[in-house]
Design a protein around this ligand. Structure first.
Ligand SMILES: [Zn+2]
Length: 260
């Protein structure tokens, strides 16, 4: 069997306790100990630890991804409580990234969770993206999503996009140069993005869970990723639809590399 190594080249092993923690997923055909070691050898970046990020970070943590970096500049507010399930009412006023990291470490001490209180911008995005194997979208605006998309294209990192509004949601996996990027579908951010997005918590949970599932598939190399398809969820009428999307040759982010 091939020896799995982590980012610094050390062989990845699972302790007896880890084998027990992950027992039920190791039993899945095609996942196994090999899949678990792959997860342990990987690093994920979750940008935005709100409604989507709470769910994404929780499921990546319990699944056993080796390192998880959480980035969010915000503090917990009362209006977060209907969906951001990593926080309790007595966390109001505390930095989300710190509270989330502390809770997740308690949930699974075998995962290295780092919480960073910082705003993602043009100056810091590259360093974050370069340092991980996958990036997950827990954001609430397209301006930052496109910034993250472009960095993921530059450094060829998979990016799982997810967004919610009301009872609706959407998901798409971006593997740069293997399928369309977010900018192929959304070339520019909307002129005016509303700062407050109405949403019911379960919609965030649904979309966040799908994002985490896609990440686990990509990190372990099992299944078929949602590349080249846009999944649209209508929760009120309970319809899931996938639309085929293609790379735009003139995409400002991935167009130039069309032959790559
Ligand atoms: Zn593109």
């Amino acid at each position: 069997m091939r020896i799995m190594r982590n980012v610094v080249g050390q062989a990845v092993n699972l302790t007896k306790e880890e084998m027990e923690i992950y027992d039920r997923q190791i039993r899945i055909t095609g996942f196994g100990i090999e899949g678990q070691k792959k997860l342990k050898s990987k690093r994920a970046l979750v940008i935005g630890i709100g409604g989507l990020g709470s769910i994404i970070a929780t499921y990546l943590t319990v699944a056993g991804v080796g390192k998880i970096i959480l980035v969010d500049r915000d503090k917990v507010e009362l209006t977060n409580m209907n969906r951001q399930i990593l926080y309790n009412i007595d966390d109001v006023g505390k930095a989300k990234a710190r509270v989330a990291a502390e809770k997740l470490r308690r949930m699974n001490p075998y995962v290295d969770v780092e919480g960073v209180v910082e705003e993602i911008n043009e100056d810091n995005i590259d360093d974050y993206v370069k340092s991980v194997d996958i990036v997950l979208d827990g954001l609430d605006n397209f301006r930052t999503r496109l910034l993250v998309n472009d960095a993921c294209v530059r450094y060829r990192r998979p990016f799982i996009h997810g967004a919610v509004s009301g009872f609706n949601g959407q998901v798409m996996d971006i593997i740069p140069f293997k399928g369309p990027c977010l900018r192929c579908v959304v070339p520019k951010e909307p002129q005016e993005e509303s700062k407050v997005v109405p949403v019911i918590g379960v919609t965030s949970a649904l979309v966040g869970s799908i994002e985490a599932l896609e990440a686990i598939k990509l990190l372990t190399g099992i299944g078929e990723p949602l590349v080249g398809y846009f999944l649209v969820i209508n929760g009120l009428h309970m319809r899931f639809k996938t639309f085929k999307v293609i790379r735009r040759p003139n995409c400002p982010a991935c167009g130039k590399g069309i032959s790559k």
